[in-house]
Design a protein around this ligand. Structure first.
Ligand code: ADP
Ligand code: MG
Length: 705
């Protein structure tokens, strides 16, 4: 039968219903899916060696004969061991397989196999552990660069590679070429067929590099095209009109004068919302730059023209804090503020829904609860998303959909995203930068200390508290049993050694730590505990107590990472600092130094790893969020930004945004040129490109509405 890209996987030889179901779990339904499922790494099976000259630490192909029947031993429940002796011209070795009991029958005495893996141990005691193998003579993958795919239970790499090889042979030539010829020539890009063949089964390193470049370019180019189309569509959409209002009137509501940067941002927002067009703006400002005031100003403008504002915060803590600070501020201007989080239940929730729908509230602050079914607005004019990188484009769109007509969108972020990434993440937004801190801030002093200096740290904490200040202590886990809360970034798959998830043991856990501090170290101080697994109301009670100065020490997990504002807090202690990303630590540090007191950040680490020490030193050396983010990106890869899909943008299979910034610039330039010539991709020769752009955004179709 003729194999085509649309054929289901069960039409491939050797794939029955069971295997098809396994493949489905990897999202592989058709031949086309298999071709678009790119390897996450490669094995160089061109390296041949024998049992005596095999280099240490480098996997190689060994051609050897099984000298005796494999023996299966059950070490204990859940640990099976198959052991066998192999020989070649140069010597002999023991091969051990753990939990692969099928090998006992798969390997026959006296037959020749190619084993791929590391040969370890001194001559005479050579061993191989869990090598992959194929019979000599029927070896399909020996002597070439072998793709390594992400796998799931029931799908081995050999199976997947075998299927992909078959699909590449039959169908690589059928792949549509979405990049126009002229563009491919101008940017020296390989063809779709060449890229497909060589990304799966590279002829050599150079072919792999060419394939990778083409596929990365394609993704970045299509992403740029899509975002440009999106932005253009928004530009032409009519938006609610907020009547201009004298800024002095807003400033008169505040206990302090605005900074120049705040004034500029507010002018941008006022101009956007008065224009008749739709605002779609990002406010990017480092922690503590006073972005909340811009949200307040927007809500004030909206309310004056009879529109409602929804302010979405990533956590209940933040939502509650916003209500606490904004409600009294805006009340004199007649702006009525409500709170909607998961903890607002029953009658209170019903009443809030009714008030919103009747237009009796002007500003509603909440979490994703704002997206719940019952929520309807009277006249929603503005959506503000605080710390948006935790909010998807999709959620924003869902909220917009509730309004019937599109509201203005204002996004606030303190995550200092490197510029190359910002272009991608916020490609469809206009950007205002709040590049000034309110006056009188004293820069936070940062120290790195070893875990063995704990006694001195406790002394320091006491001193800070005696001066009337408050202290945060952040831990990586809630309790001892908690597994790691963050998965390694996807880039880590390529280089497993580059990312070490620290063992759960030895990591400070907030709950027992708080109890210990209260009992043994600071019995006379008031110690509070807050973490993500507490009920909303309990969290709120603790946070309010801390904000009101009723607690001296607050032990927590990273729930306080984003946006929490207690100006009297002057010391941030981060336990197991090596467990956190640099940008995350910068965020945590931003929780102090918000008042007029000298503030401190102490990073406690037991790690002797020079790399993680160096990372922490970067943080101690600068308070520039952008520089830190850039460094973070270099060190950890873009996983922090792209590992989670919450931003709602397409998953990029190929492009590595940290490493490909030059390619990104080229792709953006190419997209710009192409769209200048053919603004809506309506030329026949761009049909396939338009399809590809649409497909890239297919999982978030609403983003195009
Ligand atoms: P972020 O940009 O991190 O969200 P916030 O909006 O939470 O910052 O503001 C940080 C702190 O600075 C708050 O306590 C806020 O009241 C205060 N603040 C904001 N603007 C000013 C200003 N112009 N002058 C003095 N303090 C300000
Ligand atoms: Mg904030």
């Amino acid at each position: 039968m003729e194999l085509t890209l649309e054929c289901g996987v069960e039409q491939l030889p050797g794939v029955g219903a069971a295997r098809a179901a396994h493949l489905e779990r990897l999202g592989l339904r058709t031949v086309g899916d298999l071709l678009r499922c790119f390897p996450r790494a490669y094995e160089d099976r061109r390296r041949m060696a024998n049992l005596s000259n095999a280099p240490p630490d480098l996997p190689v192909c060994i051609c050897a004969m099984t000298a005796e029947a494999p023996r299966l031993t059950l070490i204990r429940k859940g640990l099976e061991l198959v052991k066998l002796r192999v020989v070649d011209d140069s010597g002999a070795a023991w091969i051990t397989f753990f939990n692969q009991s099928y090998t006992k029958n798969a390997l026959r005495v006296g037959e020749q196999y190619v084993f791929y893996g590391k040969v370890e141990g001194p001559p005479g005691r050579r061993t191989m552990t869990n090598p992959v193998f194929e019979p000599v003579g029927r070896a399909r993958f020996t002597g070439r660069i072998m793709p390594v795919y992400a796998l799931t239970k029931g799908v081995s790499n050999h199976l997947l590679a075998g299927l992909t090889a078959r699909c590449v042979e039959a169908c690589a030539g059928q792949l549509p070429e979405c990049l126009p010829d002229g563009l491919r020539q101008a940017y020296h890009l390989a063809s779709a067929e060449y890229a497909c063949r060589n990304i799966h089964f590279p002829a050599d390193e150079e072919a792999l590099a060419l394939a990778r470049r083409r596929l990365s370019f394609e993704e970045l180019f299509c992403l740029s095209c899509g975002l440009t189309l999106l932005r253009r569509r928004r530009e032409h959409q009519p938006g609610p009109v907020f009547a201009p209002a004298p800024p002095e009137e807003f400033e008169a509501l505040l206990p302090f004068p605005l900074t120049g940067a705040q004034r500029r941002v507010m002018e941008d927002v006022a101009a956007d919302t008065a224009s008749g067009g739709l605002m779609n703006r990002l406010i990017q400002g480092d922690v503590g730059s006073g972005k909340t005031m811009a949200a307040a100003h927007g809500a004030w403008l909206a309310a004056r023209s009879g529109f409602q504002t929804a302010l979405m915060a990533p956590t209940e803590l933040l939502a509650e804090q916003h209500v606490r600070s904004l409600a009294p501020l805006l009340a004199p201007a007649g702006v009525r503020v409500g709170l909607l989080t998961g903890s607002v239940k029953g009658k209170a929730r019903k009443a809030l829904y009714a008030a919103l729908e009747a237009g009796e509230l002007d500003l509603v602050v909440g979490t994703h609860a704002l997206l719940s079914e019952g929520v309807a607005f009277h006249r929603l004019g503005l959506v503000v998303a605080d710390e948006q990188h935790r909010f998807g484009v999709a959620q924003r769109a869902a909220l917009a959909a509730k309004a019937g007509t599109s509201p203005h969108v204002l996004v606030m972020s303190a995550t200092p995203i490197p510029r190359t990434l910002a272009l991608i993440i916020y490609g469809d937004l206009e950007v205002s930068v709040m590049d000034q801190l309110p006056p009188g801030r004293v820069p936070v002093e940062t120290f790195i200390i070893g875990a063995d200096k704990r006694a001195r740290l406790y002394g320091f904490i006491r001193k800070v508290v005696e001066q009337g200040r408050q202290v945060y202590l952040v831990c990586p886990a809630v309790d001892e049993a908690q597994e790691d809360d963050g998965l390694p970034p996807p880039g880590a798959l390529l280089d497993p050694s580059g990312w070490q998830v620290p063992p759960a043991a030895g990591r400070k856990a907030a709950a027992p730590y708080a109890a210990q501090l209260q009992r043994e170290i600071f019995p006379d101080l008031r110690v509070g505990l807050v973490h993500g697994r507490m009920k909303g109301a309990d969290k709120d009670a603790v946070m309010s107590a801390f904000a009101a100065g009723e607690l001296d020490l607050l032990v927590s997990t990273t729930v306080i990472e984003v946006g929490v504002d207690v100006p009297n807090a002057a010391l941030m202690v981060v336990e197991n600092a090596e467990c956190f990303g640099l940008s995350q630590l910068h965020q945590l540090r931003g929780r102090v130094g918000r008042g007029r007191h000298q503030s401190y950040c102490v990073l406690v680490t037991g790690s002797r790893n020079p790399e993680s020490r160096a990372r922490l030193k970067t943080l101690a050396g600068t308070t520039d969020g952008f520089q830190i983010a850039q460094e973070d990106l270099k060190l950890r890869g873009p996983g922090d930004f792209f590992g989670s899909r919450q931003h709602g943008l397409p998953q990029l299979a190929m492009a590595d945004l940290a490493g490909d910034s030059r390619l990104l610039a080229q792709a953006q330039q190419a997209a710009k040129e192409l769209l200048e010539a053919d603004p809506d991709l309506s030329w026949p020769k761009h049909r396939l490109l338009l399809e590809r752009v649409r497909a890239l955004f297919a999982e978030n179709p609403e983003i195009f509405n």
